[in-house]
Ligand binder design. Sequence first.
Ligand code: SAH
Length: 398
Amino acid sequence: MRQLVEVKVKSKSVKDITNGYPLLSKEAIETSLEKIQEGSILRLIDSNGRYIATAYYGLQNKGIGWVLTRKEQEKMDTKFFVKKFSEAIAKREHFYAAEDTTAFRVFNGEGDGIGGLTIDFFNGFYMASWYSEGIYSFREDIYQALNEVVEVRGLYEKLRFNTNGQYVEQNDYVSGEKGEFPLIVLENGMKYAVDLNDGAMTGIFLDQRNVRKALRDRYSEGKTVLNTFSYTGAFSVAAVLGGSIKTTSVDLAKRSLPKTIEQFAVNGIDYEAQDIKVMNVFDYFRYADRHDLKFDVVVLDPPSFARTKKMTFSTAKDYPKLIKDTLKITNDDGIIIASTNNASFNMKKFKTFIDKGFSEANKRYKIIEEYQLPEDFTVPQHYPEFNYLKVVFIKVMS
Ligand code: SAH
């Protein structure tokens, strides 16, 4: 039986919750939650015992659970999940209808009313990502609801809740048709190979869709493009399809080489005419500088935090230096596409990192475009802190 626990919210946090703030933090509550099981229903009350909202208990590094409803009578059953999924899908009708895009996010956690769960669509297949044991305890009702609302060709899942949001190695297949991987999806007419049954990642980060389109449509024609932290080379594919003279993709993961070749190949691109380097980006910067290599466009998309044998990199600390290093190998009038998915700082702060990098290099710049999460990655209204993606297109002035 699922536990139901009454939890007193500190008076300073009551207003946040009644205003719609979805995340429950340890600091917001007075009741001790020591003996509470993952997946317990929390009946949140104020200091006078009045009902505020219903949440579930699920530990993530961000918090201890998520608010699900502010209607006292609402139960967390299949019907509730059907309602949430129907609303989310109604918002994505144009994605379902689009013929040139067959991969998108169907359900974006807290932005669609259930924190800790995301669901992506890949050409008829669905992939759920679970971020706590608590939300995973609703799995059966949730999958039943999903199957009621949409036709699921095949279902896959990723468990991201053992320690620190790391992926748990497991069989990702759940039900329906088994996919034949790589599965080819379309994104604004570009092809991407994805694999839903191969570890933590699928081969493509769907939240960069609009950035890839911008790169292809407006920044690639006749240009040389350096794609750093390139993973499967998704940005490089967009650049080549946009008319780039040549792309260089740099990533230190060995698998990035065959994966990038595959992304080029499914688009009919001769990968031998492109450069793919398996190496540390920071070593590549030194190499390029020594060889006087310069690029018209440089994409910077580092992980929030990375550790190699020799060094650690943290976006919050090291982005200015990354910009400074990049400037040495970027042509005047060139474009730097600076991206980060680090949720611990906002766009304003990110721009201060960019500014610092340029001023240390004694270079002027102009910001020409900005992107955050695309429409299908719904963010809770009034709470931009959940909009973790920040991408800035910067023109290097001569
Ligand atoms: N830009 C990619 C996603 C990047 S994910 C895309 O749009 O698909 C981050 C990548 O950075 C991973 O593939 C990881 O292998 C790589 N990485 C981390 N530290 C690195 C380093 N120091 N040098 C090169 N690659 C690195």
